[in-house]
Design a binder for this molecule. Structure first.
Ligand code: HEM
Length: 491
């Protein structure tokens, strides 16, 4: 029950993401009911049958709630994450070719320019140290953010950002600013603000952007000023990228370099629609900007988080790290740009990435709302009930994964437990029509970056007794930017 006014909100906010809910699930079992703010009931289900009903079979009855769509619209654009019903279905269909396996195979090669740039930067900085043998401490999350932003700009939009070499580029700065607002406290504050009618629209307006510095003069509204500023800047750059891509329309359709990226596919789909039917209702330029915004955010932030956590987990598990290096070193010696199929075939790399995504999922939770009164697993769920999808709790549920469920043991993927369900036991990309669109791309990109880094460097904690500080609002990120000691692999 918790606080009479705020239910369990404070207990949830003071813990790491999903830790309160994990404690309740361990204590009370796979169905948990708790109170959120002002009498709002919230339910958790962990069993695959319940998750399948909510996310797949009856997905139209369990959409993202309005307040979540408004927050996602602000933080990640009014694109797939905020759309529902038929419009959502049509857009996903239009974008499918961009994530087809042949396209992903072609995309993989585009990861390597930024990856090689990162490897050279790290090598150069280690060489510049007084004792290069001892390596250097890097803020890994910052570097992972930059390499993944460069990759998504190129693969999704054919746009060479190169923030690895120019960290003060406007887009990189805007993202950093937006990320700094992602604490659970900021999120709670934002939810409270946008529950006031009209505030969501006001925050997205040009008027507020023009007057943002005035807003920021009020100390409690400082984070709103930063949010409005970063949102505006990311939208502006999305618009510029879109304009640049629109000029590519005359490129012959068999030109692979422009066909591959998501935005060109969208622009071409638009043009084809208009050519076939001049009065067709097509996406406005503004809508296209919002989609570009969505792909900029969803296509790099969670990957950067996953990479950071993977390196942290490997830094603390030298044996798994050694085994991974043993696997990737000969592959790199043969070809420093392993292709999609080669990356997919590396067994231990697959175990490491699956396990890292399981233990520390970049998106720790999401929410759905019941649009009608119904029973789920025999429990009456009244219309309007919020259903928390506690990804981190599902991924570390002892009933499936055993007593050591919360620990990082990549070898468990070589001998999966009996209760393992391929769709619902590692739920980091969720499932169903609102599930992650970019999963195959994300997995191949994470593998390409981790393999290159492990082939070249050794990772260790930055100092004795270092502990991780996963904190989250929409995604799980390290509060301290995750310092790690990086040294060159000894020949
Ligand atoms: C490790 C990396 C990633 C993780 C863990 C991840 C996870 C997720 C999750 C959990 C959702 C559902 C969010 C919700 O319902 O509230 C989601 C949605 C989405 N993701 Fe990802 N994601 C990753 C990478 C990517 C990439 C690389 C892209 C695109 C290039 C992408 C594009 C999307 C889109 C467009 C949606 C909205 C889907 C829809 O509603 O139709 N994601 N992702």
């Amino acid at each position: 029950m918790g606080n009479p006014l705020f239910g369990q909100v404070f207990s949830i906010l003071k813990n790491e993401p999903c830790i309160s809910q994990r404690g309740w699930a361990n204590k009370y079992g796979p169905v948990v009911r708790y109170m959120a703010q002002v009498g709002q009931e919230c339910l958790i289900f962990l069993n695959p049958e319940a998750l399948e009903k909510i996310m797949v079979k009856d997905w139209l009855e369990y959409p993202r709630p309005k307040f979540l769509r408004e927050i996602l619209g602000m933080a990640a654009g009014n694109g797939l994450l905020t759309m529902t019903g038929v419009a959502h279905k049509q857009l996903r269909k239009a974008m499918n070719p961009a994530f087809s396996i042949p396209n992903l195979i072609a995309l993989t090669d585009m990861y390597y320019e930024p990856i090689e740039g990162l490897v050279e930067i790290l090598k150069g900085q280690i060489k510049g140290e007084a004792d290069p043998e001892a390596g250097k401490v890097f803020q890994m999350h910052r570097w992972m953010g930059e390499v993944t932003l460069d990759i998504i700009c190129d693969t999704a939009f054919g746009y060479k950002l190169d923030c690895l070499h120019n960290p003060s580029t406007e887009l990189a700065v805007a993202f950093e600013q937006q990320l700094s607002l992602q604490s659970a406290g900021d999120l709670a504050y934002l939810i409270a603000a946008i529950s006031i009618p009209g505030v969501a629209r006001l925050l997205a307006s040009d008027w507020l952007y023009r007057h943002r510095t005035l807003v920021g003069k009020i100390p409690t509204l400082r984070s709103l000023e930063l949010l409005v500023d970063s949102m505006h800047r990311i939208r502006k750059i999305s618009r510029e990228i879109l304009r640049a891509k629109t000029t590519d329309l005359n490129v012959p359709p068999d030109d692979v370099s422009t066909k591959q990226n998501i935005l060109s596919l969208m622009v071409r789909a638009q043009k084809a629609e208009l050519d076939a039917n001049p009065v067709a209702e097509v996406m406005s330029d503004m809508a296209m900007v919002e989609h570009a915004f969505t792909f900029l955010i969803t296509g790099h932030e969670p990957i950067a988080m996953s990479l950071t956590w993977t390196l942290w987990l490997l830094a603390n598990d030298p044996e798994s790290q050694r085994r991974l290096r043993e696997e990737v070193t000969p592959v790199y010696a043969a070809n420093p740009r392993p292709d999609y199929r080669t990356l997919k075939s590396l067994e231990w790399l697959d175990c490491v990435i699956n396990e890292s995504l399981r233990v520390l999922p970049p998106v720790p939770q999401t929410i759905r709302v019941a649009n009608k009164t119904d029973y789920i697993e025999g429990v009456l769920v009244p219309k309007g009930t919020l259903i928390l999808i506690p990804i981190r709790v599902i991924n570390t549920w002892k009933t499936v994964w055993g007593e050591d469920a919360e620990e990082f043991h990549p070898a468990r993927w070589l001998n999966l437990p009996k209760a393992y369900n391929p769709a619902y036991s590692q739920f980091s990309f969720i499932a169903g029509p609102y599930g992650c669109f970019g999963k195959p791309m994300a997995v191949s990109e994470i593998k390409a970056v981790v393999a290159a880094l492990i082939a070249n460097f050794e990772f260790a904690p930055a100092y004795a007794g270092q502990v991780a500080h996963p904190t989250a609002a929409l995604s799980t990120w390290p509060k301290d930017n995750m310092p790690l000691r990086v040294s060159r692999v000894k020949a």
